[in-house]
Design a protein around this ligand. Sequence first.
Ligand SMILES: [Zn+2]
Length: 151
Amino acid sequence: MSIDFRYLIPEDIFNELTELAQKGHEQDDRIVQGWLFADRKNNFAIVNGYDVTKDPAKCHIRPKSWMKLKKHKLYQMRKLKEEKNIDIVYQFHTHPDGKEELHKIDLKILEYLTTGVKVVVTPKNVIGWYYDKRETKKPIIDKMVFEIINK
Ligand SMILES: [Zn+2]
């Protein structure tokens, strides 16, 4: 992934997402999961919407079937891209406890997928983690910083 690539998020979407994590924090660290949509323009990815699909979500519990999880994720992403005519679809979930780092289950899922992005929403921030282990022994893990923009 190029260093020049930038991730932009409109302020209202940033506020809504972080609010989801804030609310979850007040309710026993309830996790919410969904999709984040973005348009690609040259070297920019610009978030243009999101969709909450699981509330509450059990993101940090070992999946019963890794294969089903992978199939489901890839199927949903392709479907969303086609139906909504969107360039980029990322899976996101909240970390109401405020931890920006990936949970050990988050990392295990990325390891299983061999490549992908997980977007983590804390009560204060939106962070992405790009993971790629397809061509290197040691995985490439890049932190994606979302810059807030005013539309
Ligand atoms: Zn997590």
